[in-house]
Write a protein of this length. Structure first.
Lengths: 505, 223
């Protein structure tokens, strides 16, 4: 057992209102420089939709992540080692600026300086790359925002490929059109494709907290990370000739603050905390067959209350404060204890450490004889006003394609528990359910009153401190991370101070 | 005297500057060392330029180096006329590939607005001298045949003498102008190397062949 700590995340999609405040908070801090205009380390996508860059999930095109061969071994989809070097002069799987958008600004000066004439002066769009006027703008940030159901955008979502023709048609039916939001940042994976694909070895995982960083000094613009990351969360700075990526606001974390996108989240959908995991299992778990991937990833997350785990963690020099932080972690509760948060696209086999609570599917209701009626609820024996999984507006298969590598029962289990929470709390507050109905929902959700209360509490009423359990990465602790204060104490004294051994990597 | 300056002074000066500036960049400004790829901005023309250019020029350059390092074996190989013909034809083919690729790259940076936006003056200077060098090489190979053979008795001894710090230019002093021009322009490129993006050839990531896939950096030694 090689226990390591990992700063991990949960996004509760039910609470996301798609306001893009997170994206703006991030952009204002990190990517408002030349060459980074088009970078959205944090972006919010409309699903179904093509995402950013366009169709990033299509690995036939972009070759991101890992692939499992018939012997159960995993390989980078992009290249083998020799292939990485022979493709270095031209990376065939590299998305280009046209897959994102050409950043532009407007010639505002013209509004003031235009000579007097018969027409109103206009501010033309000007490319931020070439400085030349752009006649037409064909893409931009959130270009398909809120366009669920659009035949031009949403229907190109690769996750829809798994649906039957009938299900797809249902989705596009007038008045049934549906979408939800998917905020995305770097997943800080346990088995990152970007790190493995980088020929220069410039990308690395910080051992102490698992944050994946890209060394600007070692990056040589071989641009393989952009293809290697299946989530397309490394971006190429066209001006500096270096790749850049989300740094999980580590300078903020080190001063005790949550990352900017977490802090600014209006819907308070984001949770941050430490998970303890067993690093010995990375390869094995990443190589699990598709239908076992979610379970495999849950398995390698360790119980921070288990004495054996605590002992192993201490052996690995994980501090007591860090272990305490892991015990408090909201992420541990969502992911492991309650098992209602799922990784995004586990089929990419990078073991992402950002988990999503899938959204309750919006209810499609109409009035029948003046009563509120929802399609087919009686069949499931559930009371009205709640989603029925079978009649869900967004087919469960679609959710399974996003969150469980196509394993439908895993997603269904999550939903049954979420439905149980709703029914339980509604019975409590509105009192329009019979106890038998509540008990049935709890049984279906494989949960109990106590757990439901806890889920409700952390979902709806969490405090700042409950949402963000920031591990002890503070400066005063961080110094301890690379210089043992005990060494100084022991070796420094009067006279010539002993040299402290150079830090080892 | 003039020849001494060109064939002794100039090579030593350029190599010394190249080493010093490269070392400076690696130690004090590693951030600046990059291939500055522009594939992200322009993809299509790059394919038809970059691939033939790199494979062409690397092959030709490796041939130059091999002949210099193993003159005996190389001489044995070129002693047979058929083998010499084949070698020269292959060499010319790769040189042609490199030249065509470089012309495409030149054209790309000239005409593509996005690629043009990330092209500096130094890039143009480098492109010019590279193009000049492959053109000269091609010219020499075509008009002064069997260079793969006479190289061993002209350039090789001269370069070796420079390397041994016993400079002797007798083997190159009498060569035709175009051949000398090719030699000297080679050292111009050595001079440009540390000042331009060409420095990326020194950081070709061979270690990717054996390094661990995953890189983890610990601030503190763990055990």
């Amino acid at each position: 057992m090689d226990i390591r700590a990992h700063v991990s995340m949960v996004f509760h999609l039910d609470k996301c209102i798609g306001c893009h405040t997170c994206s703006i908070a991030c952009k204002n801090i990190w990517t408002d420089r030349k060459g980074t205009e088009y970078m959205w380390w944090n972006n919010v996508e409309t699903k179904p939709g093509t995402g950013y860059p366009t169709q990033w999930e299509d690995q036939e095109k972009y070759k991101g992540g890992w692939q499992r061969d018939e012997n159960g071994k995993i390989h980078l989809r992009l290249h083998n080692r020799a292939g990485g070097l022979t493709n270095i002069f031209y990376n065939p799987a590299l998305p280009t600026m046209d897959d994102y958008y050409e950043p532009w600004t407007y010639d505002y000066e013209n509004l003031f300086n235009a000579p007097e004439g018969d027409d109103q002066p206009t501010a033309r769009a000007v490319s931020m790359i070439t400085g030349k006027p752009m006649d037409s703008i064909e893409a931009g940030p959130n270009w398909d925002d809120d366009l669920g159901g659009s035949p031009v955008y949403a229907s190109n979502d690769v996750n829809l490929d798994k649906l039957t023709e009938e299900e797809r048609e249902q989705l596009n039916e007038i008045e049934r059109v549906v979408f939800f939001y998917l905020p995305r940042i770097c997943n800080h994976c346990l088995n990152p494709g970007c790190v493995a694909a980088c020929p220069a070895g410039a990308i690395y995982k910080r051992g102490e907290d698992g944050i994946v960083l890209l060394s600007q000094e070692k990056c040589r613009a071989w641009r393989m990370c952009i293809s290697g990351c299946p989530y397309k969360k490394t971006y190429f700075n066209w001006a500096s000739g270096k790749s850049e990526k989300c740094i999980l606001c580590y300078p903020r974390l080190e001063s005790g603050q949550p990352p900017a996108c977490f802090h600014s989240c209006v819907g308070r959908i984001r949770y941050l905390g430490v998970l303890l995991y067993d690093a010995d299992q990375i390869e094995k778990r990443a190589s699990a067959p598709d239908h076992e991937l979610v379970a495999a990833q849950r398995d390698m997350i360790m119980d921070p209350f288990d004495p054996a785990v605590i002992a192993a963690a201490k052996k690995n020099k994980i501090s007591d404060a860090m272990i305490a932080s892991a015990q408090n972690s909201p992420v541990y509760k969502f992911v492991k204890k309650w098992q209602i948060a799922l990784p995004l696209h586990p089929d990419f086999r990078t073991l992402p450490m950002l988990y999503y609570v899938p959204p309750m599917l919006p209810v499609l209701a109409k009035t029948k004889d003046g009563n509120y009626d929802v399609d087919g609820l009686e069949k499931e024996g559930l009371p009205a006003m709640l989603s029925s999984l079978e009649k869900a507006r967004m087919p469960i298969k679609y959710m399974a394609s996003l969150f469980s590598a196509g394993n439908v029962p895993v997603v269904e289990e999550v939903y049954r528990k979420l439905i149980a929470v709703r029914i339980f709390k509604r019975a409590q507050k509105v009192k329009d359910y019979q106890q038998a109905e509540v008990d049935a929902a709890l049984a279906q959700g494989k949960t109990n009153a106590e757990e439901v209360e806890a889920i409700f509490r952390l979902t709806s009423l969490p405090t700042y401190e409950e949402r963000f359990v920031i591990p002890p990465l503070g400066r005063e602790v961080a110094v301890e991370a690379w210089e043992s204060p005990l060494d100084r104490k022991r070796e420094a004294g009067f006279g010539v101070r002993n040299k402290i051994a150079k830090r080892k990597f | 005297m003039f020849d001494n300056a060109l064939f002794i002074g100039f090579p030593y000066a350029t190599v010394a500057i190249a080493i010093a500036v490269t070392a400076y960049r690696f130690f004090f400004d590693p951030y600046s060392v990059s291939s500055q790829s522009s594939q992200f901005l322009e993809n299509r023309k790059l394919f038809f330029g970059s691939v033939p250019w790199h494979y062409g020029v690397i092959t030709v350059l490796l041939a130059h180096i091999t002949a210099f390092l193993f003159p005996g074996l190389w001489g044995l190989f070129t002693a047979n006329q058929t083998r010499l013909y084949i070698l020269e034809i292959i060499g010319l083919a790769f040189a042609l590939m490199a030249t065509v690729g470089l012309i495409v790259l030149f054209y790309r940076r000239l005409t593509d607005a996005r690629a043009n936006a990330v092209t500096s003056e130094l890039d143009w200077i480098l492109l010019f001298f590279l193009l000049l060098q492959v053109a000269l090489g091609f010219w020499v190979a075509y008009y002064y045949r069997w260079g793969s053979d006479w190289f061993l008795h002209t350039a090789a001894p001269w370069l070796l003498s420079l390397l041994k710090f016993q400079p002797d230019i007798s083997s190159v002093a009498a060569l035709p102008f175009w051949v000398k021009f090719h030699f000297l322009n080679g050292f111009v490129i050595v001079l440009l190397l540390p000042f331009t993006r060409l420095v990326h050839l020194l950081v070709f990531p061979l270690s990717y062949l054996w390094r661990e896939h995953q890189v983890v950096i610990w601030n503190k030694a763990r055990h």
